[in-house]
Design a protein around this ligand. Structure first.
Ligand SMILES: *[C@@H]1O[C@H](CO)[C@@H](O)[C@H](O)[C@H]1NC(C)=O
Ligand SMILES: *[C@@H]1O[C@H](CO)[C@@H](O)[C@H](O)[C@H]1NC(C)=O
Length: 225
């Protein structure tokens, strides 16, 4: 019986799993990569030789040397697929302390700037983030998969969307339960109605016989009288 099988516990359990998956989905995005789109340095800190510019985040094992960036006041553009890309990975909503530096042979490395790189900063089109430091550099970073939930513009909408998602899941679940109950009720009702109808028909049939007998009896009596 296909309906009976459909009503088996398998469907609701799959459905619950699906709802849980749906409601957790916005929070399930784990890590996103950050790439460098373009950079222009306005200043170098070495006087005698070409600079070696690198990017590094606290907590990352390796620094990323930008091998092409040698001249100041030249705009270098990248497509994100260069051998040294991506620059770093950021996870969830957590910021990372990162910086642009220049290697120095004799003293500690020079710093262009060090700042908090936050997922919520990448709220430009295609997950772009432009960082300009006067007299130092102008750089554009890209992170299309970053969780921009913390940015001022869409904090609320994201939270609302999350709540809405939960709401939709709950409503879907209730609809599914009601539907299942309706189908079960319908099947049981139909069976009951069939049985009842059969009984009624039987009763009517028997009654017809009895009525017939009565008429015959009456006729017989009339005859006798
Ligand atoms: C850091 O660099 C070393 C050697 O250059 C390499 O073996 C290692 O995999 C790198 N680590 C990361 C996290 O990229
Ligand atoms: C910084 O670089 C971008 C290109 O990557 C450019 O559109 C923008 O005008 C530059 N900004 C400044 C202040 O130079």
């Amino acid at each position: 019986m296909p309906i009976r099988r459909l009503l088996n516990s398998r469907v609701p359990i799959n459905f619950i799993t699906f709802c849980v998956f749906l409601s957790c989905f916005p929070g399930c995005i784990l890590s996103a990569i950050v790439t460098l789109d373009s950079i222009e340095i306005y200043n170098t800190h070495e006087l005698l030789k070409k600079p070696t510019v690198y990017f590094k985040c606290k907590g990352d094992q390796n620094k990323t040397v930008l091998p092409d960036v040698k001249e100041k006041k030249v705009l270098y553009k990248f497509n994100g697929e260069e051998s040294w890309q991506p620059l770093t990975k950021i996870e969830g909503k957590k910021c990372k302390r990162c910086g642009l530096y220049e290697e120095d042979t004799f003293k500690s490395d020079d710093t262009f700037e060090e700042w908090e790189l936050c997922p919520s900063d990448f709220d430009g089109p295609d997950g772009k983030y432009q960082r300009i430091k006067e007299k130092e550099f102008n750089a554009t970073f890209s992170c299309p998969k970053c969780d921009t939930a913390g940015s001022k513009s869409n904090t609320k909408t994201h939270e609302e969307a999350k709540k809405k998602g939960m709401h939709v899941a709950v409503v879907l679940f209730i609809i599914a339960v009601v539907l299942a109950v309706c189908i079960a009720g319908g099947v049981i009702g139909y069976k009951y109605w069939q049985k009842k109808k059969r009984q009624q028909e039987q009763a009517r049939f028997l009654k017809l016989f009895e009525d017939g007998d009565d008429i015959e009896d009456e006729l017989g009596l009339d005859h006798v009288i």
